[in-house]
Design a protein. Structure first.
Ligand SMILES: Nc1nc2c(c(=O)[nH]1)N[C@H]1C(S)=C(S)[C@@H](COP(=O)(O)O)O[C@H]1N2
Ligand SMILES: [Mo]
Length: 419
Protein backbone atom coordinates (compact mmCIF):
# COMPACT_ATOMS: atom_id res chain seq x y z
CA UNK A 1 0.00 0.00 0.00
CA UNK A 2 1.15 3.53 -0.60
CA UNK A 3 0.85 6.29 1.98
CA UNK A 4 -2.26 7.74 0.32
CA UNK A 5 -4.67 8.78 3.08
CA UNK A 6 -7.70 8.67 0.81
CA UNK A 7 -7.99 4.91 1.11
CA UNK A 8 -7.29 2.12 3.52
CA UNK A 9 -8.38 1.36 7.03
CA UNK A 10 -6.94 3.46 9.78
CA UNK A 11 -3.84 1.96 11.36
CA UNK A 12 -5.61 1.70 14.71
CA UNK A 13 -8.60 -0.19 13.31
CA UNK A 14 -6.22 -2.53 11.59
CA UNK A 15 -4.30 -3.32 14.77
CA UNK A 16 -7.47 -3.92 16.75
CA UNK A 17 -8.57 -6.32 14.02
CA UNK A 18 -5.28 -8.20 14.09
CA UNK A 19 -5.35 -8.49 17.88
CA UNK A 20 -8.88 -9.84 17.83
CA UNK A 21 -7.84 -12.41 15.26
CA UNK A 22 -4.85 -13.61 17.28
CA UNK A 23 -6.97 -14.03 20.39
CA UNK A 24 -9.78 -15.91 18.64
CA UNK A 25 -7.93 -17.96 16.02
CA UNK A 26 -8.11 -21.75 16.34
CA UNK A 27 -4.40 -22.36 15.93
CA UNK A 28 -3.30 -19.54 18.17
CA UNK A 29 -3.43 -18.75 21.87
CA UNK A 30 -2.68 -15.59 23.73
CA UNK A 31 -1.17 -16.54 27.06
CA UNK A 32 -1.58 -13.88 29.72
CA UNK A 33 1.62 -11.99 30.22
CA UNK A 34 3.39 -13.43 27.19
CA UNK A 35 3.30 -12.87 23.44
CA UNK A 36 1.04 -14.82 21.07
CA UNK A 37 1.92 -18.38 20.06
CA UNK A 38 1.16 -20.41 16.98
CA UNK A 39 1.02 -24.18 16.88
CA UNK A 40 3.68 -26.59 15.54
CA UNK A 41 1.64 -28.12 12.75
CA UNK A 42 2.05 -31.67 11.32
CA UNK A 43 3.60 -30.31 8.09
CA UNK A 44 6.55 -29.04 10.12
CA UNK A 45 7.17 -32.46 11.58
CA UNK A 46 7.52 -34.53 8.45
CA UNK A 47 9.22 -34.08 5.09
CA UNK A 48 7.18 -32.86 2.15
CA UNK A 49 7.00 -34.55 -1.26
CA UNK A 50 9.98 -34.37 -3.60
CA UNK A 51 10.55 -32.56 -6.86
CA UNK A 52 9.31 -35.47 -8.97
CA UNK A 53 5.84 -35.43 -7.42
CA UNK A 54 4.40 -32.94 -9.92
CA UNK A 55 6.26 -32.70 -13.26
CA UNK A 56 3.53 -30.31 -14.35
CA UNK A 57 2.48 -28.43 -11.23
CA UNK A 58 -1.09 -28.09 -10.05
CA UNK A 59 -2.66 -25.75 -7.47
CA UNK A 60 -2.84 -26.72 -3.81
CA UNK A 61 -5.60 -29.21 -3.01
CA UNK A 62 -7.07 -26.51 -0.79
CA UNK A 63 -7.80 -24.53 -3.95
CA UNK A 64 -9.95 -27.26 -5.49
CA UNK A 65 -12.95 -24.92 -5.54
CA UNK A 66 -11.19 -22.52 -7.87
CA UNK A 67 -12.46 -23.71 -11.21
CA UNK A 68 -14.35 -22.94 -14.36
CA UNK A 69 -18.06 -23.50 -13.99
CA UNK A 70 -20.92 -23.74 -16.46
CA UNK A 71 -24.62 -22.91 -16.22
CA UNK A 72 -26.48 -26.08 -17.21
CA UNK A 73 -29.62 -24.40 -18.57
CA UNK A 74 -27.69 -22.11 -20.92
CA UNK A 75 -27.03 -24.71 -23.62
CA UNK A 76 -28.30 -28.14 -24.50
CA UNK A 77 -24.95 -29.81 -25.12
CA UNK A 78 -21.46 -29.31 -23.64
CA UNK A 79 -19.81 -29.47 -27.07
CA UNK A 80 -21.55 -26.28 -28.09
CA UNK A 81 -21.41 -24.43 -24.86
CA UNK A 82 -19.54 -22.12 -22.53
CA UNK A 83 -17.96 -22.18 -19.11
CA UNK A 84 -16.92 -19.21 -17.00
CA UNK A 85 -13.72 -17.80 -15.49
CA UNK A 86 -13.85 -17.70 -11.65
CA UNK A 87 -13.12 -13.97 -11.47
CA UNK A 88 -13.93 -13.83 -7.74
CA UNK A 89 -11.02 -16.21 -6.99
CA UNK A 90 -8.41 -14.36 -9.03
CA UNK A 91 -6.31 -11.27 -8.45
CA UNK A 92 -3.95 -9.16 -10.50
CA UNK A 93 -4.70 -9.04 -14.21
CA UNK A 94 -3.51 -12.32 -15.76
CA UNK A 95 -5.91 -15.24 -16.07
CA UNK A 96 -4.14 -18.55 -15.39
CA UNK A 97 -4.34 -20.81 -18.42
CA UNK A 98 -6.37 -23.57 -16.77
CA UNK A 99 -9.04 -21.07 -15.66
CA UNK A 100 -9.64 -19.25 -18.95
CA UNK A 101 -13.32 -19.55 -19.85
CA UNK A 102 -14.07 -21.69 -22.89
CA UNK A 103 -16.56 -21.06 -25.61
CA UNK A 104 -16.77 -23.44 -28.52
CA UNK A 105 -19.41 -24.37 -31.03
CA UNK A 106 -18.23 -27.87 -31.91
CA UNK A 107 -16.07 -29.11 -29.04
CA UNK A 108 -12.31 -28.82 -28.59
CA UNK A 109 -10.36 -29.88 -31.68
CA UNK A 110 -7.29 -32.05 -30.94
CA UNK A 111 -4.69 -30.94 -33.46
CA UNK A 112 -1.26 -32.53 -33.97
CA UNK A 113 1.10 -29.57 -34.50
CA UNK A 114 3.15 -31.68 -36.93
CA UNK A 115 0.07 -31.98 -39.15
CA UNK A 116 -0.98 -28.38 -38.62
CA UNK A 117 -1.24 -26.13 -41.70
CA UNK A 118 -2.30 -22.50 -42.05
CA UNK A 119 -3.36 -21.35 -45.52
CA UNK A 120 -3.63 -17.81 -46.85
CA UNK A 121 -5.54 -17.65 -50.14
CA UNK A 122 -7.91 -15.45 -52.12
CA UNK A 123 -6.90 -11.98 -53.26
CA UNK A 124 -3.16 -12.39 -52.76
CA UNK A 125 -0.17 -12.52 -55.12
CA UNK A 126 1.12 -15.77 -53.61
CA UNK A 127 -1.30 -18.16 -51.89
CA UNK A 128 0.72 -19.77 -49.09
CA UNK A 129 0.59 -22.69 -46.68
CA UNK A 130 2.55 -22.45 -43.43
CA UNK A 131 3.65 -25.23 -41.09
CA UNK A 132 4.36 -24.57 -37.40
CA UNK A 133 8.06 -24.56 -38.29
CA UNK A 134 7.45 -21.87 -40.88
CA UNK A 135 5.49 -19.73 -38.43
CA UNK A 136 8.23 -19.89 -35.82
CA UNK A 137 10.70 -18.27 -38.24
CA UNK A 138 8.73 -15.00 -38.32
CA UNK A 139 9.56 -12.25 -35.79
CA UNK A 140 7.21 -12.52 -32.85
CA UNK A 141 5.81 -10.22 -30.18
CA UNK A 142 4.39 -10.52 -26.66
CA UNK A 143 1.22 -8.63 -25.79
CA UNK A 144 -1.42 -8.83 -23.09
CA UNK A 145 -5.05 -8.63 -24.18
CA UNK A 146 -8.47 -9.41 -22.78
CA UNK A 147 -10.84 -11.59 -24.77
CA UNK A 148 -14.49 -11.01 -23.92
CA UNK A 149 -17.34 -12.91 -25.53
CA UNK A 150 -19.93 -10.44 -26.83
CA UNK A 151 -22.50 -12.49 -24.89
CA UNK A 152 -20.79 -11.81 -21.55
CA UNK A 153 -23.50 -10.46 -19.18
CA UNK A 154 -26.04 -11.28 -21.90
CA UNK A 155 -28.30 -13.07 -19.43
CA UNK A 156 -28.53 -9.87 -17.39
CA UNK A 157 -30.13 -7.67 -20.06
CA UNK A 158 -33.64 -7.76 -18.64
CA UNK A 159 -32.73 -7.86 -14.98
CA UNK A 160 -30.46 -9.43 -12.40
CA UNK A 161 -30.30 -13.17 -12.96
CA UNK A 162 -27.12 -15.09 -12.19
CA UNK A 163 -25.66 -15.01 -8.71
CA UNK A 164 -21.92 -14.51 -9.04
CA UNK A 165 -19.48 -12.47 -11.09
CA UNK A 166 -18.17 -15.77 -12.47
CA UNK A 167 -21.51 -16.15 -14.25
CA UNK A 168 -22.44 -12.53 -14.92
CA UNK A 169 -18.95 -11.47 -16.11
CA UNK A 170 -16.82 -14.61 -16.46
CA UNK A 171 -16.82 -14.85 -20.25
CA UNK A 172 -13.53 -13.00 -20.25
CA UNK A 173 -9.87 -13.86 -19.87
CA UNK A 174 -6.72 -11.80 -19.97
CA UNK A 175 -3.61 -13.45 -21.27
CA UNK A 176 -0.15 -12.61 -22.56
CA UNK A 177 0.07 -13.89 -26.12
CA UNK A 178 3.22 -14.70 -28.02
CA UNK A 179 2.60 -14.53 -31.72
CA UNK A 180 3.33 -13.09 -35.12
CA UNK A 181 1.82 -9.80 -36.23
CA UNK A 182 -0.72 -10.88 -38.86
CA UNK A 183 0.57 -8.03 -41.03
CA UNK A 184 3.84 -9.93 -41.58
CA UNK A 185 2.08 -13.04 -42.93
CA UNK A 186 -0.17 -10.95 -45.17
CA UNK A 187 2.86 -9.11 -46.52
CA UNK A 188 4.47 -12.46 -47.30
CA UNK A 189 1.40 -13.47 -49.32
CA UNK A 190 1.06 -10.02 -50.91
CA UNK A 191 -2.51 -8.71 -50.57
CA UNK A 192 -3.71 -7.28 -53.91
CA UNK A 193 -5.40 -3.84 -53.81
CA UNK A 194 -8.96 -5.22 -53.98
CA UNK A 195 -8.26 -7.31 -50.83
CA UNK A 196 -10.25 -5.43 -48.21
CA UNK A 197 -11.54 -8.22 -45.99
CA UNK A 198 -10.30 -11.42 -44.38
CA UNK A 199 -12.27 -14.57 -43.67
CA UNK A 200 -10.75 -16.39 -40.70
CA UNK A 201 -11.69 -20.06 -40.55
CA UNK A 202 -11.29 -22.56 -37.71
CA UNK A 203 -10.28 -26.22 -38.10
CA UNK A 204 -12.78 -27.42 -35.49
CA UNK A 205 -15.93 -29.41 -36.26
CA UNK A 206 -17.85 -26.10 -36.17
CA UNK A 207 -15.60 -24.74 -38.93
CA UNK A 208 -16.27 -21.35 -37.41
CA UNK A 209 -15.69 -18.32 -39.65
CA UNK A 210 -15.68 -14.54 -39.23
CA UNK A 211 -15.07 -11.60 -41.58
CA UNK A 212 -12.43 -9.12 -40.45
CA UNK A 213 -11.72 -5.79 -42.15
CA UNK A 214 -8.22 -5.47 -43.61
CA UNK A 215 -7.42 -2.31 -41.60
CA UNK A 216 -7.80 -4.28 -38.37
CA UNK A 217 -5.81 -7.24 -39.72
CA UNK A 218 -2.93 -4.92 -40.63
CA UNK A 219 -3.21 -2.95 -37.39
CA UNK A 220 -2.79 -5.15 -34.31
CA UNK A 221 -4.06 -8.69 -35.06
CA UNK A 222 -1.76 -11.57 -34.18
CA UNK A 223 -1.35 -15.22 -35.02
CA UNK A 224 -0.71 -16.54 -31.50
CA UNK A 225 0.78 -19.85 -30.46
CA UNK A 226 1.66 -19.21 -26.81
CA UNK A 227 -0.43 -17.99 -23.90
CA UNK A 228 1.20 -16.86 -20.66
CA UNK A 229 4.48 -18.32 -21.91
CA UNK A 230 3.40 -21.87 -22.72
CA UNK A 231 1.67 -23.43 -25.73
CA UNK A 232 -1.97 -22.45 -26.16
CA UNK A 233 -4.28 -24.83 -24.36
CA UNK A 234 -6.39 -27.06 -26.65
CA UNK A 235 -9.46 -25.25 -25.30
CA UNK A 236 -8.01 -21.93 -26.46
CA UNK A 237 -7.17 -23.05 -30.00
CA UNK A 238 -3.96 -25.11 -29.88
CA UNK A 239 -1.77 -24.85 -31.82
CA UNK A 240 -2.72 -21.45 -33.32
CA UNK A 241 -5.44 -18.88 -32.75
CA UNK A 242 -6.22 -15.48 -34.15
CA UNK A 243 -5.93 -12.57 -31.71
CA UNK A 244 -8.16 -9.59 -32.52
CA UNK A 245 -7.37 -7.09 -29.74
CA UNK A 246 -10.29 -5.22 -28.16
CA UNK A 247 -12.85 -6.85 -30.47
CA UNK A 248 -15.54 -9.35 -29.56
CA UNK A 249 -14.28 -12.83 -28.67
CA UNK A 250 -16.16 -14.56 -31.47
CA UNK A 251 -13.72 -13.07 -34.00
CA UNK A 252 -10.70 -14.65 -32.28
CA UNK A 253 -10.89 -17.79 -34.37
CA UNK A 254 -9.34 -20.79 -32.63
CA UNK A 255 -7.60 -23.72 -34.31
CA UNK A 256 -7.03 -21.29 -37.18
CA UNK A 257 -6.61 -23.08 -40.52
CA UNK A 258 -7.30 -20.54 -43.24
CA UNK A 259 -7.31 -16.83 -43.97
CA UNK A 260 -9.04 -15.92 -47.21
CA UNK A 261 -8.57 -12.42 -48.57
CA UNK A 262 -11.71 -11.00 -50.23
CA UNK A 263 -13.20 -7.71 -51.36
CA UNK A 264 -16.23 -7.74 -49.06
CA UNK A 265 -17.50 -9.35 -45.86
CA UNK A 266 -18.93 -12.88 -46.12
CA UNK A 267 -21.97 -12.43 -43.84
CA UNK A 268 -21.67 -15.93 -42.40
CA UNK A 269 -23.71 -17.30 -39.52
CA UNK A 270 -21.68 -15.85 -36.66
CA UNK A 271 -22.02 -12.30 -37.99
CA UNK A 272 -25.67 -12.39 -39.05
CA UNK A 273 -27.91 -14.66 -37.00
CA UNK A 274 -25.46 -14.46 -34.05
CA UNK A 275 -23.35 -11.62 -32.65
CA UNK A 276 -25.65 -8.92 -33.97
CA UNK A 277 -27.73 -6.75 -31.64
CA UNK A 278 -31.48 -6.83 -32.12
CA UNK A 279 -32.89 -3.38 -31.38
CA UNK A 280 -36.31 -2.24 -30.14
CA UNK A 281 -37.66 -1.53 -33.65
CA UNK A 282 -36.74 -5.01 -34.93
CA UNK A 283 -33.69 -3.91 -36.88
CA UNK A 284 -30.30 -5.28 -35.93
CA UNK A 285 -26.92 -3.67 -35.46
CA UNK A 286 -24.31 -5.62 -37.37
CA UNK A 287 -20.55 -5.59 -36.86
CA UNK A 288 -20.37 -4.29 -33.31
CA UNK A 289 -16.77 -5.34 -33.11
CA UNK A 290 -15.24 -3.18 -30.39
CA UNK A 291 -15.90 -4.05 -26.78
CA UNK A 292 -17.03 -1.02 -24.78
CA UNK A 293 -15.50 -0.16 -21.42
CA UNK A 294 -16.80 -2.32 -18.58
CA UNK A 295 -15.97 -3.23 -15.00
CA UNK A 296 -17.15 -5.50 -12.20
CA UNK A 297 -16.44 -5.81 -8.50
CA UNK A 298 -15.11 -9.31 -7.98
CA UNK A 299 -14.84 -9.11 -4.16
CA UNK A 300 -17.12 -8.86 -2.34
CA UNK A 301 -19.58 -10.61 -4.66
CA UNK A 302 -22.15 -13.41 -4.32
CA UNK A 303 -19.51 -16.17 -4.45
CA UNK A 304 -17.14 -14.16 -2.27
CA UNK A 305 -19.07 -12.76 0.70
CA UNK A 306 -17.50 -10.70 3.47
CA UNK A 307 -16.70 -13.27 6.16
CA UNK A 308 -14.60 -11.27 8.60
CA UNK A 309 -17.39 -9.05 9.94
CA UNK A 310 -17.17 -5.28 10.21
CA UNK A 311 -13.78 -3.63 9.94
CA UNK A 312 -11.06 -3.19 7.34
CA UNK A 313 -12.31 -4.56 4.03
CA UNK A 314 -10.66 -4.87 0.64
CA UNK A 315 -12.97 -4.28 -2.28
CA UNK A 316 -11.47 -5.21 -5.64
CA UNK A 317 -12.43 -5.75 -9.24
CA UNK A 318 -11.43 -5.60 -12.88
CA UNK A 319 -12.06 -3.17 -15.71
CA UNK A 320 -11.27 -3.18 -19.41
CA UNK A 321 -11.93 -1.39 -22.69
CA UNK A 322 -11.57 -2.47 -26.30
CA UNK A 323 -10.50 1.09 -27.13
CA UNK A 324 -7.54 1.63 -24.83
CA UNK A 325 -6.62 1.74 -21.17
CA UNK A 326 -8.65 2.33 -18.00
CA UNK A 327 -7.20 5.38 -16.22
CA UNK A 328 -10.01 5.48 -13.66
CA UNK A 329 -12.67 3.40 -11.93
CA UNK A 330 -15.21 4.81 -9.47
CA UNK A 331 -16.88 2.67 -6.84
CA UNK A 332 -19.92 3.30 -4.69
CA UNK A 333 -20.95 1.52 -1.50
CA UNK A 334 -24.44 3.04 -1.40
CA UNK A 335 -25.89 2.44 -4.84
CA UNK A 336 -24.53 5.59 -6.44
CA UNK A 337 -25.20 8.30 -3.85
CA UNK A 338 -21.50 8.71 -3.13
CA UNK A 339 -18.77 7.72 -5.57
CA UNK A 340 -15.12 7.18 -4.63
CA UNK A 341 -12.17 6.89 -6.96
CA UNK A 342 -10.68 3.41 -6.74
CA UNK A 343 -6.94 2.76 -6.65
CA UNK A 344 -5.68 1.27 -9.92
CA UNK A 345 -2.88 -1.22 -9.37
CA UNK A 346 -0.67 -3.22 -11.71
CA UNK A 347 0.25 -2.69 -15.35
CA UNK A 348 -2.07 -0.51 -17.43
CA UNK A 349 -1.95 -1.78 -21.00
CA UNK A 350 -4.34 -0.97 -23.85
CA UNK A 351 -7.04 -3.58 -24.48
CA UNK A 352 -5.98 -5.46 -21.36
CA UNK A 353 -7.70 -5.98 -18.03
CA UNK A 354 -6.93 -3.52 -15.26
CA UNK A 355 -7.14 -4.20 -11.52
CA UNK A 356 -8.67 -1.78 -9.04
CA UNK A 357 -8.94 -1.71 -5.26
CA UNK A 358 -10.92 0.30 -2.77
CA UNK A 359 -10.05 -0.31 0.87
CA UNK A 360 -12.69 0.78 3.35
CA UNK A 361 -13.79 0.30 6.92
CA UNK A 362 -17.08 -1.63 6.77
CA UNK A 363 -19.44 -0.61 9.58
CA UNK A 364 -21.57 -3.72 9.15
CA UNK A 365 -24.49 -1.98 7.47
CA UNK A 366 -25.96 -3.22 4.17
CA UNK A 367 -24.17 -2.04 1.03
CA UNK A 368 -25.06 -1.53 -2.62
CA UNK A 369 -21.78 -1.99 -4.47
CA UNK A 370 -21.15 -0.75 -7.99
CA UNK A 371 -18.13 0.08 -10.12
CA UNK A 372 -17.95 2.43 -13.08
CA UNK A 373 -15.06 2.37 -15.57
CA UNK A 374 -13.69 5.34 -17.49
CA UNK A 375 -11.55 4.51 -20.51
CA UNK A 376 -8.75 6.48 -22.14
CA UNK A 377 -11.10 7.87 -24.80
CA UNK A 378 -13.19 9.56 -22.07
CA UNK A 379 -16.05 7.05 -22.39
CA UNK A 380 -17.81 6.24 -19.12
CA UNK A 381 -19.48 2.87 -18.46
CA UNK A 382 -23.28 3.34 -18.61
CA UNK A 383 -25.99 2.11 -16.26
CA UNK A 384 -28.16 -0.75 -17.49
CA UNK A 385 -31.10 1.67 -17.75
CA UNK A 386 -29.06 3.98 -19.98
CA UNK A 387 -28.19 1.02 -22.19
CA UNK A 388 -31.79 -0.17 -22.42
CA UNK A 389 -32.96 3.35 -23.30
CA UNK A 390 -30.82 3.18 -26.44
CA UNK A 391 -30.93 -0.52 -27.26
CA UNK A 392 -34.29 -1.76 -25.99
CA UNK A 393 -34.66 -5.11 -24.24
CA UNK A 394 -34.17 -7.59 -27.07
CA UNK A 395 -30.41 -7.60 -27.00
CA UNK A 396 -28.20 -10.39 -25.75
CA UNK A 397 -24.79 -9.13 -26.76
CA UNK A 398 -22.67 -6.17 -25.68
CA UNK A 399 -24.15 -5.55 -22.26
CA UNK A 400 -21.55 -3.38 -20.51
CA UNK A 401 -23.94 -1.87 -17.96
CA UNK A 402 -22.99 -1.19 -14.36
CA UNK A 403 -23.37 -4.25 -12.09
CA UNK A 404 -24.84 -4.00 -8.58
CA UNK A 405 -24.17 -6.35 -5.66
CA UNK A 406 -26.34 -5.95 -2.54
CA UNK A 407 -24.39 -6.89 0.60
CA UNK A 408 -26.45 -7.63 3.72
CA UNK A 409 -25.44 -7.13 7.35
CA UNK A 410 -24.00 -10.66 7.44
CA UNK A 411 -21.72 -9.89 4.50
CA UNK A 412 -23.65 -12.01 2.01
CA UNK A 413 -23.84 -10.53 -1.48
CA UNK A 414 -26.55 -10.87 -4.08
CA UNK A 415 -27.01 -9.82 -7.71
CA UNK A 416 -29.61 -7.02 -7.83
CA UNK A 417 -30.64 -4.16 -10.05
CA UNK A 418 -31.46 -0.71 -8.78
CA UNK A 419 -32.71 2.30 -10.71
N1 LIG B 1 -12.75 -22.20 -34.36
C1 LIG B 1 -13.48 -21.61 -33.39
N2 LIG B 1 -13.08 -20.42 -32.91
C2 LIG B 1 -13.79 -19.80 -31.94
C3 LIG B 1 -14.98 -20.37 -31.44
C4 LIG B 1 -15.37 -21.65 -31.95
O1 LIG B 1 -16.38 -22.23 -31.56
N3 LIG B 1 -14.59 -22.22 -32.93
N4 LIG B 1 -15.72 -19.68 -30.50
C5 LIG B 1 -15.55 -18.23 -30.50
C6 LIG B 1 -16.20 -17.53 -29.41
S1 LIG B 1 -17.87 -17.28 -29.55
C7 LIG B 1 -15.50 -16.94 -28.40
S2 LIG B 1 -16.25 -15.97 -27.24
C8 LIG B 1 -14.06 -17.21 -28.23
C9 LIG B 1 -13.80 -17.88 -26.89
O2 LIG B 1 -12.44 -18.07 -26.70
P1 LIG B 1 -11.95 -19.00 -25.49
O3 LIG B 1 -12.54 -20.35 -25.65
O4 LIG B 1 -10.47 -18.94 -25.50
O5 LIG B 1 -12.49 -18.37 -24.23
O6 LIG B 1 -13.52 -18.02 -29.25
C10 LIG B 1 -14.08 -17.82 -30.53
N5 LIG B 1 -13.36 -18.60 -31.50
MO1 LIG C 1 -18.50 -15.71 -28.02
Amino acid sequence: MSGDKSFGPSRRAFLTGAGALAAGGAASRAVAGSGPEIAIEPWMQELGVGVDAAPYGLPSRFEADVKRRSVPWLTADPVSSVNFTPLHDLDGIITPNGLCFERHHGGVAQIDPAAYRLMINGRVDRPLVFTMEDLKRFPRENRVYFLECAANSGMEWRGAQLNGCQFTHGMIHNVMYTGIPLKLLLEEAGVIPSGKWLLAEGADAAGMTRSIPMEKALDDCMIAFKMNGEALRPEQGYPVRLVVPGWEGNMWVKWLRRLEVGDQPWHHREETSKYTDLLEDGSARRFTWEMDAKSVITNPSPQAPITHGPGPTVLTGVAWSGRGTIPRVDVTLDGGINWHQARMDGPSMPKSMHRFYYEFDWDGSPLLLQSRAHDSTGYVQPTKDQLRAVRGENSIYHNNGIQTWAVDADGRAENVEIS
